[in-house]
Design a binder for this molecule. Structure first.
Ligand code: HAM
Length: 423
C-alpha cells in the first residue's frame, strides 16, 4: 500500500521550512511593533459558529467546510478561517472587559477549506491574520491595512495593488440590498439555483457568484457606494485620507464585496499584478465587521481585521524571484577518527550544545573525507577533529572552514575557545 498525502495539502520539508520560519518570524516581529498579541484557538469549533459567523449563504459554509460528527454526536468543523474563532474566544473570555481597548490580536495557523485544489488554492493553508476588537475609529482601519501592506513591502514584494471599498453601515446596506433585489428579481430565473436562493437571503452574495459572473445584469448592478449614507461616506473618506497620508496607494473598487458575510464599512483586498501568477491574484483580504461580536453572543463591539495565506505569499516571492536572507549554518561539526574518539566526540557535542552552540557529528562510522563533506554540506563554521593522538593529549584540532586555519586546543578549553571565536 502506497500512502499519499491528501489532495490540496503539502509537506513542508527542510530546505523549504526555513522560508516559512522566516516569514512567520517577520509576521511576529511586525505584530510586536504594532502591538498585536498572539491568540491561539483550536483548529475545530462548533459548526454553528461558522454558519453564524461566516454566514450560511457563503460558499465557504455551503460548499467548503470540513464538518464531522464526533463520538459524542456533536457537529464540529475544521476552522475555514480565523475571525469567527477569534471572536468566539474574545466573547467567551470576556476580553471586552479588559481596561485597555481595542483588543489587538493576531494568529498564524492552518485553516481548512474543501476547495478545488490548484496553485494558490489549498485545502489546508496557513493564515496570518490580525483582528482589532473594540474600536470603530477609522485610524484602526488604516492601521490594519498598513500592517498588511508593510508585511509584503518589508519582504520585498512589488506590484501590489490595494483595492478598497466601503460596504456601508446597516442603514446603507439595507438600502443597497433593496436596490439589488429590485435589480435582479425580474430576471432571477436566468441565474443559478444558488443565486436564486441568495436573492431573498443575501442578494449581495449574487455579486460574488463564480458561475454567473458574466451575466449582463452583473455589470449594471447597483453599487454600494451610491447607497452610502452620510456617516458611512465620512467614515470611508477618513480611511482614504489616512491611507493617503501614509503614502499607501489604493484603488477604490465598488464591486469588491468579499466572500464572507460579516463585513460592513471598510473592505479591502491586496492583489498582485504581473505574469506567472495564474488566475489567483488575491494575496490577502479583510475588512470591518461591526456586528460579528454581537452575532456570536457578545456585547455590541466593532471589529476589523485581515488575513493572508503564507502559501500565496511564498508563491508571489517565487514569481518575483525574491530570495529571503536565510542563513542556516552549523557552528561546529565534530569529526572523530576511531572508536575511542567517537565516544569522546559524543561528549564534546553534548557540551557544546549545552553551551548554546549548534553542533553535529557523524553517526555512521564514515571516513574522515566523508565527515569533512558532511561538515561542508552543513556549512559548519568550525570543525573539531579528534583522532587517537589528539585524545592522548586530551586535545582536538579546531579548523575554521572559511580560512582553513587550524589550531590544537585542549578539550577543557574547547567550549570557551569556540564561543569566543563565534561571538
Ligand atoms: P478570505 O478572503 O476568505 O478572508 O481569506 C483571506 C486570505 O486567505 C486570502 O486572501 C488568501 O490569501 C488566503 N486563502 C483563502 N483561501 C485559501 C486557500 N484555499 N488556499 C490558500 N490560501 C487561501 C478571511 O479568511 C477572513 N477571515 C479575513 C479577515 C480577517 N477579515 C477580517 N478579519
Amino acid at each position: 500500500m502506497n500512502f499519499k498525502i491528501p489532495r490540496g495539502t503539502q509537506d513542508i520539508l527542510p530546505g523549504k521550512v526555513e522560508l516559512w520560519q522566516f516569514v512567520e518570524e517577520k509576521a511576529r516581529d511586525l505584530c510586536r511593533r504594532y502591538n498585536y498579541k498572539e491568540i491561539r484557538t483550536p483548529m475545530f469549533e462548533q459548526t454553528e459558529l461558522f454558519m453564524r459567523g461566516v454566514g450560511d449563504t457563503t460558499d465557504i459554509v455551503q460548499k467548503e467546510m470540513y464538518t464531522f460528527e464526533d463520538r459524542g454526536g456533536r457537529s464540529l468543523t475544521l476552522r475555514p478561517e480565523g475571525t469567527a474563532s477569534t471572536v468566539r474566544s474574545y466573547v467567551e473570555h470576556k476580553l471586552f472587559g479588559n481596561p485597555i481597548q481595542p483588543t489587538k490580536l493576531y494568529y498564524i495557523g492552518p485553516m481548512f477549506r474543501y476547495e478545488r485544489p490548484q496553485s494558490g488554492r489549498m485545502r489546508q493553508f496557513v493564515q496570518f491574520g490580525v483582528e482589532a476588537l473594540g474600536s470603530a475609529d477609522p485610524t484602526i482601519d488604516a492601521e490594519v491595512i498598513a500592517l498588511a501592506m508593510e508585511f509584503y513591502r518589508e519582504l520585498g514584494l512589488k506590484n501590489l495593488k490595494l483595492v478598497i471599498n466601503s460596504l456601508g453601515d446597516t442603514e446603507s446596506r439595507n438600502a443597497h440590498r433593496q436596490a439589488l433585489v429590485n435589480h435582479f428579481e425580474p430576471r432571477i430565473n436566468e441565474f443559478c439555483s444558488d443565486c436564486q436562493a441568495r436573492l431573498a437571503k443575501n442578494p449581495l452574495r449574487i455579486l460574488d457568484c463564480k458561475k454567473d459572473r458574466d451575466h449582463e445584469l452583473m455589470g449594471s448592478a447597483p453599487a454600494i457606494l451610491d447607497y452610502l449614507n452620510e456617516e458611512s461616506t465620512i467614515y470611508f473618506d477618513k480611511v482614504k485620507k489616512l491611507l493617503s497620508d501614509m503614502n499607501i496607494d489604493f484603488v477604490v473598487d465598488p464591486n469588491l464585496v468579499r466572500g464572507l458575510d460579516y463585513y460592513n464599512n471598510t473592505a479591502f483586498e491586496i492583489m498582485i499584478d504581473g505574469d506567472g501568477f495564474g488566475s489567483i491574484t488575491t494575496l490577502s483580504g479583510g475588512g470591518r465587521y461591526n456586528g460579528l461580536v454581537q452575532d456570536i453572543g457578545g456585547p455590541e463591539t466593532p471589529g476589523i481585521g485581515f488575513a493572508l495565506s503564507i502559501e500565496r505569499l511564498l508563491m508571489a516571492l517565487e514569481v518575483q524571484n525574491i530570495s529571503l536572507p536565510i542563513t542556516e549554518n552549523l557552528d561546529c561539526y565534530v569529526i572523530a577518527i576511531g572508536e575511542e574518539a567517537k565516544l569522546a566526540a559524543a561528549n564534546i557535542s553534548f557540551k557544546l550544545r549545552q553551551a548554546g552552540l549548534s553542533c553535529d557529528q557523524d553517526y555512521l562510522d564514515k571516513k574522515m573525507k566523508a565527515q569533512m563533506k558532511a561538515a561542508d554540506r552543513f556549512q559548519a563554521t568550525f570543525v573539531v577533529i579528534i583522532g587517537e593522538s589528539e585524545l592522548e593529549k586530551s586535545a582536538a584540532i579546531v579548523k575554521e572552514m572559511a580560512t582553513g586555519e587550524q589550531e590544537e586546543i585542549q578539550l577543557v578549553e574547547l567550549t570557551n575557545y569556540l564561543q569566543q571565536k563565534l561571538s
